[in-house]
Design a protein around this ligand. Sequence first.
Ligand SMILES: Nc1ncnc2c1ncn2[C@@H]1O[C@H](COP(=O)(O)OP(=O)(O)OP(=O)(O)O)[C@@H](O)[C@H]1O
Ligand SMILES: [Mg+2]
Length: 249
Amino acid sequence: MRIITIVNQKGGTGKTTTAINLGVALANKGKRVLLIDFDPQTSLTYSLGIKDANPTIADVMLNGKTRLINTLTPTQEGPQVVPGSLTLADVELSLSTKIGRENILKNRLDGLEGFDFVFIDSPPSLSMLTVNALNVSHEVLIPLQMEILSLQGLSQLLNTIVEVKEILNKGLKIAGIIPSMFDNRRNLSKEILQTLKTNTKEKIFNTVIRECVKIAEAPSFAKSVLSYAPASNGAVDFIDLAEEFLKGR
Ligand SMILES: Nc1ncnc2c1ncn2[C@@H]1O[C@H](COP(=O)(O)OP(=O)(O)OP(=O)(O)O)[C@@H](O)[C@H]1O
Ligand SMILES: [Mg+2]
């Protein structure tokens, strides 16, 4: 079992989209996948059509009585989900005064043995929630838009990952950077990808996730792009990404 946080403190870089569609692509290959919605925005929970979830990951974080295993929610798309909640914003606040605040999620993980991959969808900040997620993870995946400001944000993110490695979680690995919302028609996307390749020693996936309107439409139907538009670029890209992700494991 591998726990992988999908992280980028910048908003709207494709974290939730990656969690869902990479998760579904892996589930379609027979992998047992769990998605944890660790963002108070609850986009992942909503995008998979889960409503009024109770209990959620916020209950697990707020009290030791609710077990993670009791929050597992099946979906039609394949992966199971630990639903998120707006209350995660309160969790974030309460963590600021808690002793051992980096370790709360770590102390409350249970029942994950049956999964091959657990993906944690994190909020767009380097908050205590994100640190809790990084602390329990074996790996991180970084979806990155091909824009100049994203490159700037990347060095800050890599610094945080180094700090977490030094202080909390020695084994944390960067599984790779995923170029997201790639626009083939714009030279800028290609130029930035080139700059990124020359300036970082981290793995950059060969698979790029192209801009594809079907990806943005799918959540309205509580579906992944793989089942909503199986022939679309988006579906093809996430299947390719799943294959590249599995290579060498
Ligand atoms: N390849 C793509 N092509 C077109 N639209 C996309 C693509 N990837 C993501 N989107 C859309 O862009 C928006 C942001 O994506 P997403 O929610 O996955 O980002 P995020 O990093 O999780 O955002 P946040 O930081 O707010 O959690 C969503 O509306 C999503 O449907
Ligand atoms: Mg998100």
